[in-house]
Design a binder for this molecule. Structure first.
Ligand code: FA5
Length: 337
């Protein structure tokens, strides 16, 4: 009986489609399932005599082991067939990059900031960051702007206490830097500044980049050359620069830096109010009074300084009509860059 069942199993196994997992499972259930043929043999042992039982039991267990092993083997084969089939149908190249996930784009102000750093770092300028909060000394007094000076009115600010304020410009970084470093000095400092200001081209919080060069024999001509090159780097080789006489308490002489209007190439349009020029910053030769405030010999050293607005540059670059769009955090606006 046992040997017959064994033969029957061998023959059925040889006829089973081994590439089909379901057929192999069917064979397993037929022999080893709860009501399977081998299981039935084990169940029938109760009817045997005490002498027959161990001999029969041993033979059935051997058969069970043999069947289990053969079925396990057949299962592995069926699984590997199935895998091969899957691979041959939908060939997958695992070296291909995955589907891209949209992370957004870098902010236009960030891009301009990086470009500025890149340009000046390549010219040998040290890059400083400064601090958002300044005392009256750093924001005004050391920059030759005493308490009663009318130019303070142009930079109305947010006071935190009588002596501390959110800085109105990055020029205070010049003072910190000159207090801690001796000439020759070549540095830029970028960061946020704050003013009580709000219209289409003025924001209450915006970014500036300050620049300072101090050494023997530094001239206004070097300032002009540096900023003309800088404007070309930002706005293209055809960008022209104009130095318009102006006033800052900490530079003498002082100038506003204008670049040829990017909207009309300098011909005059509504955006540049018909002038053909757009202002991006202020500059000038360092006033000797500032050198004296930080203990630098103004007879020996001269220097130039400049400060321009990053938001204004971004507006010109990307033809942005409203400065507040830059900080609106509106994805539809940011997606364009
Ligand atoms: C200053 O802030 C001087 N500290 C610049 C300077 C530095 C002059 C070193 C000389 C030597 P002004 O207030 O003009 O200057 O501002 C400089 C630039 O900041 C402006 O040309 C403009 O680009 C930008 N700016 C000024 N106010 C705002 C504002 N409210 N919103 C956006 N950008 C502004």
């Amino acid at each position: 009986m046992i040997s017959e069942l064994k033969e029957q199993f061998q023959s059925e196994l040889s006829q089973t489609n081994l590439s089909d997992e379901a057929s192999v499972e069917g064979l397993r259930l037929k022999y080893l399932g709860k009501k399977g043929l081998v299981t039935d043999l084990l169940k029938g042992m109760g009817a045997l005599s005490a002498e027959e039982r161990p001999v029969f039991g041993k033979q059935v267990n051997e058969l069970k082991e043999e069947v289990s092993e053969a079925i396990e083997h057949a299962k592995e084969k069926a699984a590997s067939f199935a895998m091969e089939k899957k691979l041959s149908v939908g060939k997958m190249d695992i070296s291909l990059p995955g589907e891209g996930y949209k992370h957004g784009s870098t902010h236009p102000l960030y891009n301009i900031r990086e470009e500025i750093i890149d340009f000046f770092a390549n010219m040998g300028f040290h890059v400083d960051l400064g601090r958002d909060i300044e005392t009256d000394w750093y924001n005004f007094e050391a920059l030759n702007t005493p308490k009663d000076h009318p130019s303070r009115d142009m930079q109305d600010t947010f006071y935190l206490s009588q002596n501390a304020m959110l800085r109105t410009h990055t020029s205070g970084t010049q003072i910190h830097y000159m207090e801690n470093n001796k000439p020759p000095i070549k540095m830029i400092a970028l960061g946020h500044v704050f003013r009580v200001d709000a219209d289409a081209t003025h924001a209450p919080m915006f970014q500036q980049c300050e620049g300072l060069v101090v050494d023997e024999n530094i001239t206004f001509a070097q300032l002009k050359g540096t900023l003309a090159l800088f404007a070309q780097k930002l706005f293209g080789e055809n960008a022209k620069t104009r130095f318009r006489p102006s006033f800052f308490p900490f530079t003498e002489p002082s100038a506003e830096l204008d670049v040829s209007c990017v909207f009309c190439s300098g011909n005059g349009c509504r955006k540049c109010k018909g002038t053909g020029w757009m202002e991006i910053g202020g500059c000038g030769s360092v006033d000797p009074a500032v050198f004296e405030n930080v203990g630098i010999d103004s007879e020996k050293y001269t220097g130039f300084a400049f400060g321009f607005g990053l938001d204004r540059i971004a507006m010109l670059r990307h033809h942005i009509p409203e400065i507040s769009l830059l900080t609106s955090n509106d994805q539809r606006f940011l997606e364009q860059f």
